[in-house]
Design a protein around this ligand. Sequence first.
Ligand SMILES: *Cc1c(COP(=O)(O)O)cnc(C)c1O
Length: 362
Amino acid sequence: MNRVYNFSAGPSMLPLPVLEKAQKELLNFQESGMSVMELSHRSSFFTNIITEAESLLRQLMSIPDNYKVLFLQGGASQQFAMVPMNLLIKNKKADFVHTGSWSKKAIAEAKKFGEVRTIASSEDENFSCIPKVHSSLIDQEADYLHITMNNTIEGTVFQDIPDAGSVPIVTDMSSNILSEEIDVSKFGLIYAGAQKNIGPAGLTVVIIREDLIGHAPSQTPTMLNYETHRDSGSLYNTPPTFAIYMAKLVFEWIQDLGGLKVMEKMNREKAALLYQCIDESILFTSPVAPEDRSLMNIPFVAANGDKDLEAKFINEAKKEGLETLKGHRSVGGMRASIYNAMPKEGVEKLVAFIRKFEQEHI
Ligand SMILES: *Cc1c(COP(=O)(O)O)cnc(C)c1O
């Protein structure tokens, strides 16, 4: 079997045991005589899958009872609009922290629905750090404060969640959900596209505090109203059944490993290995401020800016089974995305390759 170490930012690697389990159950799920893909979303088989998926996610993230878990579609990008459609209601004002390409898109979309203020930005630093968000900056009249917790493209992460007082914090956790323990109660709403750390593309997870549901104006399209999905247990229409099933298998895999505490420890070890290697390297360097570095997405560039050298590195790495290391088209260089499913051996192999490449090129 020729599986590679895939450093893609998303869709990204899935845990091998999860793929194997799905393969085993593919043709005949639990003696139903069908694949999960062929099951009615109203069948007891699927009801068990979605109920179990929610319950596992609740356990893993210690989600308090006053939060709803919704399984939606449309990606994080649809949440850029759905959040303001449902939450930018009372005072029609929201505060945003601008930390990169994804926050830029979230800001642009929210502007269509109300008054949006950017209260802090790291744009002048090329998004190489997370700006300080002192609570005095936050408008206490704002309907919410939005942060992009982990910046997938730029490789930064909020180490501390701002203190927003009574203003609910909405966060895009697409690329760091389930990577470490977080206190859900600090947030009003958490959203994440599944294709980074949860499962296949096509599923979007929303964790929302109950009191934030039910305020959307009556002309809000049914499918874009959180209330619809709360009231139907995410089964208003046909949900992405197979993606929810895969997410359930991933949640089980994390639980079997020991939950988020263990996951976080493994992620810290993997990231430390790679950062140490980059920091020791003469050929390569990290563009990200050490205190704001992501555990999930690790960009690095040729220290002398040599684009040809970067291209050569990416090419030769691929030959070694280290794939998709090209940086995002907006920033260039390299980026290693090392989500939960990336085994430590994958990172070790990348580190060894960086060292070998460096030997040959200095
Ligand atoms: C990938 C990503 C998105 C876009 O997700 P889609 O599911 O493709 O809409 C948004 N925000 C962050 C932080 C991401 O990593």
